[in-house]
Design a binder for this molecule. Sequence first.
Ligand code: 8YV
Length: 325
Amino acid sequence: MKLKVIVYKKVDQSVLDFIQKTCQVVYFEKLDSQNYPEFLHELKDAQGILGSGLKVDKSLLDQAPCLKIVCNISVGYDNLDLTELSERGIMATNTPEVLNETVADTIMGLILSTARRMPELDQRVKAGQWGNNLAEKWFGLDVHHKVLGIIGMGGIGSAVAKRAHFGFDMDILYHNRSRNDEAEQKYGATYCSMEDLLKQSDFVCVMTPLTPQTEKLIGKREFKFMKKTAIFINCSRGKVVDEGALIHALDSGEIHAAGLDVFEKEPVNSDNPLLSMKNVVALPHIGSATYETRLKMAMLAATNLVAGLQGEIPPTWINNRIQVK
Ligand code: 8YV
């Protein structure tokens, strides 16, 4: 008999076909309050689940006694309680690397659109307010030849450094748990303390995963270190930043602008002050959201799922020091 798995996010038919060769799939295009009870019912005898964003913690796992593997369609896995999963001998997987270049493109887009105020100017043109000569008050800031500070120099950080170094002649500073020799050699990235990075960078880009150590990593103190002309970019997780401190820093002119793909609470509340600030470019967590990359991510997640359930090593297994039951 085929093993039962739940796919709880919309994926391409080719991904479903691949899983269905070896598993019986229960498919939810998305989870909402309507279908959640049905999802929980199906979970009772499911061996694997695949999707993204679902909080997988003790209370959910208590309702999933047959589960052997949890496959995220995301590089981030802050939705997973790894301790709890490991204690129960359940494998967890994510989708690193395949999204690096796409997320780096999003970050460069945020840097450029924030510095050059593209969304604001787009609105002006579409509202028929071209004007004869663009008044100085609409000018932006240069990106090329500036200093880019990257906090978290993993695969995505390196892909950003590559673009900034070769494409924009930027000087790269970075702060990370460990040195990244490749980024230093290939992109001339300079390792420095967090404080030095914040003080010297024209663009501060945070790319760390969300962990108990990085929660609110950027707060009041950090914004105070930044230049008044600094542009802050967050494409990692909203909770890495103290959002109240960010709002204050933007409001009081402590920093110049922000480009945000992520928020403390998602979907962001419509009355969040960040949404009414002209110096904020806001995106709805689209870092990896291209057809090509989302397909690669879903296929990698599916490969993990099938491998794990067939007793093989999933290619991107996170908690791989556990004894799988
Ligand atoms: C996710 C992301 O795919 O990979 C991550 O960690 O943030 C995104 O690329 C997102 O969670 C939507 O599925």
